[in-house]
Design a protein around this ligand. Structure first.
Ligand SMILES: [Zn+2]
Ligand SMILES: [Zn+2]
Length: 401
């Protein structure tokens, strides 16, 4: 008797989960009647074992897929907001908006979509892991293309691996005595490009990365000579290690943020979590303890200022839009543009709390007029002047500007 009441009660609650607006008595009545008549069917209890088998056959694989999807493949992809969101389903994008799967939350569609996505992701995870094993690496190795693209976790572990401080930064020498320094443990979407430019009298460094591993102490190139340090803007992925330099230059419109770089205004509060990483910074780093120290001295820049390295001159171009104090550095002699986050070859962020679309369009138009040959952006690989024009034209077209 007790078992039957509990069965009716839990079946009723399941119905109400699917359709929360439903009155309790309706499903309770229907299920109660079905149960009573069901119990009267002769010989039905003999079939109980088969019934349990059927339930097991149907639900154990479904729940296995869900559990593997939640805890292994899509770990941390399900935030509280997502699970409690009524009308928006889907992972938050870096831009902050949610991809809408449907306008209304339809439970049946959700279940089907969830199961399909789970099976697909599981299959992809197994495939990546097999590829990684064949290549002699783990699936979490940022060096595997699949690991880099989607950050698939190793199927055998629950936590992201930790990186090593000595190999946290990677250096890639490019043309015109420019070196790209970056943090391969961070996914490309979030990985800031740190630019080092060799000059005759002094060097230039633009941006400083996340700051989880001290930049200047770990990259010998940055401690050899006199350095002019410039922040393209003050988002956390660009200024984490700025305090390692005696004085940091920044556009006047964001000097106040650099002077007190809290997690809200630098966007760390919005973006910093496991989803950013393929490999976590070495201990004792923890997301919860992330704070950016302010540089000891800050010098402001304005549009038209020139940074002189002795034999090379970089002109400051104020490029608001992504953020109010964004700047690009333009070396006319080599037709090189160090662009910051206003322009790179990837998804641009134009919806931060201090972004402005009119400013964005005006800044891009300004850059479009430069006779540029190579662009070094704030994220993703560098590109040609031709690509630069194509990207700007596409942006202006997409935004009806
Ligand atoms: Zn930014
Ligand atoms: Zn950035």
């Amino acid at each position: 008797m007790t078992t039957n009441v509990m069965a009716v009660y839990s079946a009723t609650l399941s119905c109400m989960n699917v359709a929360p607006g439903m009155a309790f008595w309706k499903p309770a009545l229907v299920i109660g009647v079905v149960t009573v008549f069901g119990a009267l069917i002769p010989g039905i209890l003999d079939q109980f074992q088969n019934f349990l088998l059927l339930i097991g056959a149907l639900f154990i694989p479904a729940f296995s897929v869900m559990i593997v999807d939640y805890y292994l493949v899509g770990r941390d992809g399900y935030g509280r907001e997502l699970l409690t969101a009524k009308h928006q389903l889907g992972r938050p994008t870096r831009g902050g908006g949610d991809r809408r799967l449907s306008d209304r939350c339809r439970p049946r569609r959700l279940l089907v979509a969830g199961l399909t996505a789970g099976v697909r992701r599981l299959a992809a995870g197994v495939r990546d892991h097999r590829h990684a094993l064949l290549a002699g690496r783990t699936a979490t190795d940022p060096a595997t293309p699949a690991g880099r693209r989607r950050g698939v976790r190793a199927m055998s572990g629950f936590a992201l691996p930790r990186g090593d401080a000595t190999s946290w930064y990677r250096l890639q020498p490019l043309a015109d005595a420019i070196t790209l320094i970056d943090e391969p443990g961070i996914k490309p979407f979030y990985r800031c490009n740190i630019w080092h430019v060799r000059g005759r009298d002094r060097d230039l460094v633009v941006d400083f990365g996340l700051g989880a591993v001290p930049l200047r102490e770990r990259v010998a190139l940055l401690s050899e000579r006199d350095i002019v340090a410039v922040a393209s803007h003050t988002h956390f992925d660009h200024i984490g290690s700025a305090h390692g330099f005696d004085c940091c230059h920044v556009h006047a419109a964001e000097a106040d943020i650099l002077a007190a770089p809290d997690n809200a205004r630098t966007l760390a509060a919005r973006f910093l979590d496991d989803a950013m990483f393929d490999t976590l910074p070495p201990l004792p780093y923890a997301h919860s303890g992330y704070r950016i120290p302010a540089p000891a001295a800050i010098q402001t820049l304005e549009d038209g200022d020139v940074i002189d390295l002795g034999d090379r001159r970089f002109e400051v171009i104020h490029t608001p839009g992504h953020s109010p104090g964004g700047i690009a550095l333009w070396e006319a002699a080599s037709a090189t543009l160090i662009a910051g986050d206003i322009l790179y070859d990837g998804e641009l962020i134009e919806d931060a709390y201090h972004s402005d679309l009119d400013d964005y369009a005006a800044s891009l138009r300004r850059l479009r007029a430069l006779p540029v040959r190579s662009v070094h952006g704030g994220h993703f690989p560098s590109f040609s002047g031709q690509r630069c024009h194509a990207l700007i034209d596409a942006w202006l077209r997409d935004h009806d500007r």
